[in-house]
Design a protein around this ligand. Structure first.
Ligand code: UD1
Length: 428
């Protein structure tokens, strides 16, 4: 990309990766045909479809005329194979949520330890303890984890802290467990709510009550597997992709309208962007957000931001914020509270001339310095997208190598930004 070009125009936001992946896993539980609309057309969805197919499910992907994204038809009537292929499990972290679904469906599953973005230690102890509490026997052989249950039984599971994946895994196993399961300290991210809504439409009995939203206590009444039936479901749009483009507009300047926004989920991000000096208008009736960052003198850093669980500022937008903070005047102290090693882009930003330092879980950015185009390397998904933001603001040419990481979560970042006037394209 050749930087220093303001962004202007509109973008339609793709379907949510983190909502679609656990819902695809949930399809394995349902001995029927499900249709998922507005799935993002990204690598991770491809991996999850391959995993589903490896078990005996039939998956058809259909592009929808006039729309981006995919409509997926998943027929999981003939699911038989409980061993998941290492190639795809290793490729992405969220393959681990298939464990709960497969236990619920077949009573058995064998996977290797999951892969995913290298953003610090990512243990799966909470996932396994949730499944064990529901009655699964779990043992490891080399790099493989086996789980087996004659019958899953509802239980009270108190997580020591909130984990999105462990909550999803436990929900998936609890849907057809005998009796009632109570998850305390359940994650309350929108993607959890979405998974529960999908399962309830398919015949599950999950209480999405105020107690869940207020205290993180989730109650699941087990149902017979035969009660679950196929549904048609619209995957919501992606709050992290929307946030990435908001930070791109803030950093590069210009006026951008984002359409198909998950409007109620963007408050923490819009709040920060407003405090950094951009004019942000949320239009709930149109599901759109308009951001205006033309007046560069007004774009400033705010003193302190930390990432935290929803509804606080999401860890997945920490790197895009870091890149945008390089372009704002003044100093930002940014604390990462969720993952232990999520500042891998800092070295690359420093090579571009940014003034960023790291002390354990905290980055200090002194913004307002000129960035210079460089050859940089994406080492993970959101950090890679943040380097694209930095490249849009730098003088000269920036190339981002290993951009396959970015394609794991962004359907068409190059097309989207080019549509806003960015000078960006792929090179061999
Ligand atoms: C999901 C999202 C990811 C997001 C993260 C936090 C998907 C596919 N990914 O990841 O984009 O950044 O939520 O919002 O939806 N932990 C343990 N033991 C466990 C599980 C987690 O110690 O068994 C720790 C993790 O290392 C991390 C913290 O808990 O420090 C939160 O992780 P978790 O909420 O589980 O994130 P993921 O589900 O992996």
């Amino acid at each position: 990309m050749e930087g220093k070009n303001a962004l202007n125009g509109r973008i339609r936001i793709q379907g949510s990766k983190n909502a679609a992946l656990p819902i695809l896993a949930a399809c394995m539980l349902i001995p029927d045909k499900c249709v998922l609309k507005n799935c993002p057309d990204i690598t991770d969805i491809g991996y999850m479809c391959s995993l589903l197919k490896s078990t005996g499910a039939v998956v058809d992907a259909k592009p929808v005329t006039g729309q981006t994204g995919l409509c997926l038809e998943i027929d999981a009537q003939n699911v038989k194979e409980h061993r998941l292929p290492e190639k795809y499990v290793s490729a992405m972290r969220s393959s681990v949520v298939l464990m709960g679904a497969m236990l619920g469906r077949l009573g058995e599953v064998c996977v290797n330890y999951p892969g995913g973005c290298v953003i610090g230690e990512r243990p799966i102890d909470l996932h396994l303890s949730g499944l064990e509490r529901l009655g699964a026997q779990i043992w490891t052989e080399g790099n493989h984890i086996h789980a087996y249950a004659d019958e899953l039984k509802g239980a009270v599971i108190a997580f020591p802290f909130s984990s999105v994946g462990a909550t999803q895994n436990t929900i998936l196993a609890a849907v057809t467990a005998k009796g009632t399961t109570v998850i305390k300290n359940a994650a309350r991210e929108p993607e959890i709510v979405e998974l529960c809504r999908f399962l309830n439409q398919a015949g599950a009995r999950i209480e999405l009550s105020d107690t869940f939203m207020e205290q993180g206590k989730l109650v699941i009444h087990g149902v017979e597997l035969s009660r679950l039936h196929g549904v048609e479901y619209d995957i919501p749009s992606d709050r992290i992709v929307a946030g990435t483009y908001l930070f791109a507009a803030l950093a590069a300047g210009g006026e951008v309208r984002l359409e198909n926004i998950p409007i109620g989920q963007m408050d923490s991000v819009c709040g920060i962007i407003t405090r950094m000096g951009a004019a942000v208008v949320q239009c709930p009736e149109d599901k759109a957000i308009q951001v205006n960052a033309i007046d560069r003198d007004r774009i400033v850093n705010i003193p302190y931001i930390e990432t935290d669980v929803y509804p606080a500022f999401p860890t997945d937008l920490q790197s895009p914020l870091l890149a945008a903070a390089c372009m704002a005047k003044g100093r930002l102290i940014l604390k990462e509270k969720i993952f232990s090693s999520r500042f891998r882009i800092v070295e690359e930003l420093q090579r571009m001339g940014a003034d960023v330092t790291i002390d354990r879980d905290t980055a200090v950015v002194t913004g307002g310095r000129e960035l210079e185009g460089r050859n940089v390397i994406a080492r993970e998904l959101r950090g890679g997208a943040a380097l694209v933001i930095a490249g849009l603001c730098a003088s000269g040419i920036t190339t981002v190598a290993d951009c396959g990481y970015i394609c794991r979560g962004y359907q068409d970042i190059v097309g989207d930004l080019a549509g806003l006037g960015a000078r960006i394209g792929y090179v061999d």
